[in-house]
Design a protein around this ligand. Structure first.
Ligand SMILES: [Zn+2]
Length: 134
C-alpha cells in the first residue's frame, strides 16, 4: 500500500494566477491525499543564514531547504488565507496535503507561516480569494 506521504499521480500545472504564477490541479484530489512534496537543496547553517532566497522552508530546527529550483513545482503554490492544502512535515520532509476536496481547475494554496505573511504578503496586500474576492 502506498504511504500516506506518497504524492498521487495528479496532473498539476503551472499557470498564470492572480498572484503571479500559481500551481493548478487538473485532476480531482480527495481530502487528505498527498498532493506533492516541497523539494529543494538542503542548506548548511552558514548557507541558511546568508541566503536571500524567497523559497526557504524551515523543515525543523536543524534543517532548512531552498526550494527555488524550478523542478520544485510546489514553489508555485501561492498563499491563501482560506487554503485548500496544508503542509505536513513528516520524516524531515515537506508534504503538501489536500485540506479539502480539490476539483480540476482549482488553484492550489496553503497558508504560509505568519512570519512570511507579515514580511512579504501583508505589505503589498494579500491577493487570495478570501481577501480579494472577485
Ligand atoms: Zn488572504
Amino acid at each position: 500500500m502506498a504511504s500516506k506521504y506518497t504524492p498521487g499521480k495528479f496532473d498539476l500545472r503551472v499557470k498564470r494566477s492572480r498572484a503571479g504564477l500559481g500551481l493548478y490541479a487538473f485532476s480531482p484530489i480527495k481530502k487528505g491525499q498527498c498532493v506533492i512534496e516541497y523539494t529543494g537543496k538542503v542548506l548548511t547553517k552558514e548557507e541558511d543564514e546568508s541566503s536571500s532566497s524567497l523559497y526557504l522552508f524551515l523543515v525543523n530546527k536543524h534543517k532548512t531547504i531552498d526550494g527555488a529550483a524550478r523542478s520544485n513545482k510546489a514553489r508555485y503554490i501561492n498563499h491563501s488565507c482560506r487554503p485548500n492544502c496544508e503542509i505536513t512535515i513528516y520524516g524531515a520532509r515537506v508534504w503538501v496535503m489536500a485540506k479539502r476536496a480539490i476539483k480540476p481547475g482549482d488553484e492550489l494554496s496553503y497558508d504560509y507561516d505568519k512570519e512570511y505573511f507579515n514580511e512579504y504578503i501583508k505589505p503589498r496586500g494579500c491577493r487570495c480569494l478570501k481577501c480579494q474576492p472577485i
